[in-house]
Ligand binder design. Structure first.
Ligand code: PEP
Ligand code: MG
Length: 583
């Protein structure tokens, strides 16, 4: 009997595949398929690691001091026994032989199966013995790290989907070139950064599925419906066929959209609309250009700072990353955001997992520009790299989460200091425009301050919704209340756009305004945003063509009065009606 589970849909499309259950702590273990015909060599890799661990344990035991408690020796014996357990060895080898998993993956897959068996034991003492199995697997994984992996294969035997309690944004990024066709997590909200990275991978994903990790077993066949947020475990052949058909249809629809790549993004009434790309890594520029992006509207540079064991990228390394983006974008405008570390993107993921990242309320704490200004030397390394990169192409620097006049002053003072340092060392640099993200309601309500000091503004609707409605965007328990269509959010957004456009009068020059939150990439909202007057949208490359299709079908002049009705609708039914009138 098929089991249906619901979660929050975060990345569209359908995925059908076998479940790979991973404990969060093991997400950084290498997962790849080995080439057909190399199974025996991979099994030998595993055997060599096993021999190394056996020697390690023998040495440990031999080196025990004479007065060591007897339990220690017994403990080592238990580990040796587990290491030599025939069934565990055979089952692990089976993953390699039948699925062509690399040895590390085979070990973690088997560990997951064993963990489930232990969890079901009645005896608490025996249940806790899983810790011994984990320690042995840990030793084997360490031993495998010392041996080079064999050739990787591009594909395996059947599709796989990853099921985990939680996936950090940084871990998600590691799956970019990976083997998984879909993702499911127990926790997370629609605009959590994990969800955002899943969307940027353009792979169906459902988050906040609560008990999915407990109910789905290693190797279960599951369907992920990334449009509806539905998971079907062990589907009947009829349902499976139906979803295979839907999968084909959705692929075909995407193929059809590709025809729009070179079509200029203009509304029916002739307004040009800028469609920019959000990227997390320089490599994402390929997808941005493929989708016909007119530039990069948001490069989230904090991802350069993750998965590095606390070692931050220096000025040269950062310069190289920024250079790659500017060169790849071939003269198109590039907006690079200074790091937005903190909240659900802490710098050191080890701390995050251990629960040591114990700020009282990280979303309201030391985050984004606050974090950068708390470490001016680190901030200036980034600013110097950005200023140097500016010689290579049109570069705009975006400051996240700025809210206070004092932050604006300090930020520009750090820019001045960075320029002075470069001059002093005789290092060449170029001009940059500096912009502010409007993502704190306080900034939206004090917009003239930001209009006066910044060259451009970009609205971060993900955070603007979070802070306007006091809903943690990463918390699935309140995700039903995370509502980009809340009248407060829409009116705030409209006011930001209108005020920015009107400022051209008193500023004497226009201030560019863009939206780079997830709302900009949702084709359902394109007409609404156009009707509000927005003409610059920044989103994941995978969303650009669907949004362009909406732009091409829209008459912005006709939409403007209809949007006024939406903005004045405060009751849900009234709003639904007004939204429906937008078409
Ligand atoms: C936003 O808040 O809308 C945004 C684009 O920034 P991030 O999602 O990285 O917080
Ligand atoms: Mg933000």
């Amino acid at each position: 009997m098929a089991l249906q589970l619901f979660g929050i849909p975060v990345s569209r499309g359908m995925a059908i595949g076998r479940a790979v259950i991973l404990a969060s702590a093991r997400l950084d273990v290498a997962h790849y398929f080995i080439d057909p015909g190399t199974e025996d060599a991979e099994i030998e890799r595993l055997r060599t690691a096993r021999r190394a661990v056996r020697e390690e344990l023998d040495t440990l035991k031999a080196d025990l001091p004479a007065d060591a408690p007897a339990e220690l020796a017994a403990f080592i014996d238990v580990h040796k026994m587990l290491l030599d357990d025939r069934q565990m060895a055979l089952d692990t080898i089976n993953w390699i032989q039948t699925r062509r998993y690399n040895a590390e993956w085979a070990l973690t897959a088997q560990l997951e199966v064993i963990s489930r068996n232990f969890e079901e034991m009645d005896d608490a003492y025996l249940r806790e013995r899983i810790a011994d199995v984990e320690q042995v697997v840990e030793r084997l994984l360490r031993a495998l790290r010392g041996s080079a992996g064999l050739a990787r294969s591009a594909s395996g035997d059947g599709d796989l989907v990853l099921v985990a309690h939680d996936i950090s944004p940084a871990d998600m990024l590691q799956f970019k070139a990976g083997v998984f066709r879909g993702f499911v997590t127990d926790v997370g909200g629609k605009t959590s950064h994990t969800a955002i990275v899943a969307r940027s991978l353009d792979i169906p994903a459902v988050v906040g599925a609560r008990v999915a990790g407990d109910l789905i077993r290693q190797d279960d066949l599951i369907i992920i419906d990334g449009d509806a947020g539905l998971l079907i475990v062990d589907p009947s052949p009829v349902i499976l066929d139906d979803y295979r058909l839907r999968q084909q249809e959705s692929l075909l629809a995407r193929e059809r959209l590709k025809r729009l790549k070179f079509t200029p993004a203009r509304t029916l009434n002739g307004d040009a609309v800028e469609l920019l790309a959000n990227i997390e890594q320089p490599e994402d520029c390929v997808a941005a250009l493929d989708a016909g992006a007119s530039g990069v509207g948001l490069f989230r540079t904090e991802f350069l700072f993750m998965n590095r064991g606390g070692q931050l990228p220096d000025e040269e390394e950062q310069l190289e990353a920024y250079r790659r983006v500017l060169v790849a974008m071939q003269g198109r405008p590039v907006t690079i955001r200074t790091i937005d570390i903190g909240s659900d993107k802490p710098l050191d993921m080890v701390d995050y997992r251990d629960g040591e990242f114990t700020h009282l309320n990280p979303a309201l704490g030391l985050r984004a520009i606050r974090y950068s200004l708390s470490d001016p030397a680190m901030f200036r390394i980034q600013l110097r790299a950005l200023l140097r990169a500016a010689r290579l192409g049109p570069l705009k620097v975006l400051i996240p989460m700025v809210a206070h006049a004092s932050e604006i002053r300090q930020t520009f003072a750090e820019f001045d200091r960075a320029r002075a340092e470069l001059r002093e060392s005789g290092t060449a640099f170029g001009p940059v425009e500096v912009g502010a993200m409007i993502e704190v309601p306080g900034a939206a309500l004090a917009l003239p301050l930001f209009l006066r000091h910044f060259d451009f503004l970009s609205v971060g609707t993900n955070d603007l919704v979070q802070y306007t409605l006091a809903i943690d965007r990463a918390d699935e328990s309140v995700s039903g209340l995370y509502d980009p269509l809340h009248p407060a959010v829409l009116n705030l957004l409209h006011q930001i756009i209108v005020q920015t456009q009107a400022a051209a009068g008193w500023k004497g020059r226009p201030t560019d305004i863009s939206v780079c939150g997830e709302m900009a990439g949702d084709p359902v909202l394109t007409r609404l945003l156009l009707g509000m007057g927005l003409r610059s949208f920044s989103m994941h490359p995978a969303q650009i063509l669907a949004v362009k299709q909406e732009v091409l079908r829209a008459d912005a002049e006709k939409l403007a009065p209809l949007v006024q009705r939406v903005l004045q609708a405060f009751e849900p039914e009234e709003q639904q009606e007004a939204l429906a009138a937008l078409g």
